[in-house]
Design a protein around this ligand. Sequence first.
Ligand code: GDP
Ligand code: IMO
Ligand code: MG
Length: 427
Amino acid sequence: MPSVVLTGAQWGDEGKGKVTDFLAEKADIVVRFQGGNNAGHTVVVGDEEFKLHLIPSGILYPEKTCIIGNGVVIDPAVLLEELDYLAKRGINTENLRISERAHIIMPYHKKLDELIEESKGAAKIGTTKRGIGPAYMDKAARTGIRFIDMLEREEFAEALERNLQEKNKLLAKVYNVEGFSRDEIMEEYMGYADRLRKYAADTSIIIHDCLQAGRNVLFEGAQGTLLDLDHGTYPYVTSSHPIAGAACIGAGLGPTQINKVIGIIKAYTTRVGEGPFPTELKDETGKHLRDKGFEYGTTTGRPRRCGWFDAVIARYTARTSGLTNLAVTKLDVLTGMETIKICTGYMFRDKVISEFPASLKALAECQPVYEEIQGWQEDITGAKTIADLPEAARNYLRRISELAGTPVSIIGVGTRRSQTIVIDTLF
Ligand code: GDP
Ligand code: IMO
Ligand code: MG
């Protein structure tokens, strides 16, 4: 602190929600800066589990300000559902603030997400079908509708009219499906506007003032490096930038104002959706990781593909996000394995390469080069300090840290807040 960015270091679902909630105790503000409700962040407090999609994971502390930044795309219906869900569970959401500049997901975005996926057949991306891609497409095309526009009836009516003229034509002529009614959307969205108006703010100013006052701001990334629109396994990516640099654009501050960047990385690797995954295990070991780690999507419930830890990816994230620290999560899931593998490079046409290739064709030819590490059998779910971990587990962490060129500063040994080991400098 004072300003820390948490970023997913793999293909998402690394445990960003849990680590954000853990670090939020020391933060004054927690900010989401990209993505939308394609994210699913799980936080466990005591015996209660919370699944958050749009609202920052700091919301479980009543006194923290939580911000949905300008870089996020917001489905207002989902946001209201999430607010109601939290209210029902006794969580105060009065301190939520939403950037006036954030873009809104419209009904036609969700429909188009489905239709575009269907039309791709076997080449589908496996999106969450939440309308994320089409909403960012409109943002880049400069036809999107922002939160502030939704709050002004006339502004919204005009923007909707312009959009429906184009979208309804596209739906009818290209996809052969019925379009949307202007009046129905108008009525629906004006209802959302009434309920959400009180949260609207120029959130960049709130963050700026907080940092000026020397207080702490935590930026909660969604998705992960390899789902980044520029740096991920394109086209099998999301439509925003999960890497740390996006915090500046998506929240409205400069790179000089970021002090630390923490890469959240699972002790193994998972991916949900289509696309390449060099260390994927399609065998019993992969199934074992899925069962033991409860690897099912928080948003869509799809089974996650599982594989060994990939240090090529760890190094890639360390570089593209400028990591200062690593938080290694789910170490407990590896307990009980005889040996554990770490991928240190890829065999590509008789040569070992240590960088992640841009070409998907080349990536498909890459075979992981593994190093085997002795496993451990002791239960580590109660470990409070690094010294409580078996030597083999410490060796595993040391090797990950060495290969990533980044110190491991936080270790997850279970889903609860208390199952988190904090170390400033490891070993
Ligand atoms: P996110 O999208 O990065 O926030 O991650 P998800 O919430 O989608 O998936 C991570 C899952 O792992 C959640 O169910 C968490 O409760 C769980 N989890 C997080 N950290 C740990 C850990 O250290 N050990 C175990 N066993 N589970 C964890
Ligand atoms: P969190 O924040 C894992 C994946 C989808 C699909 C691709 C594109 O929980 O880590 P999209 O709907 O974004 O257009 O889908 O990205 N994806 C995620 N995978 N965790 C996520 O979020 C994801 N958000 C999107 O499965 O492969
Ligand atoms: Mg998730």
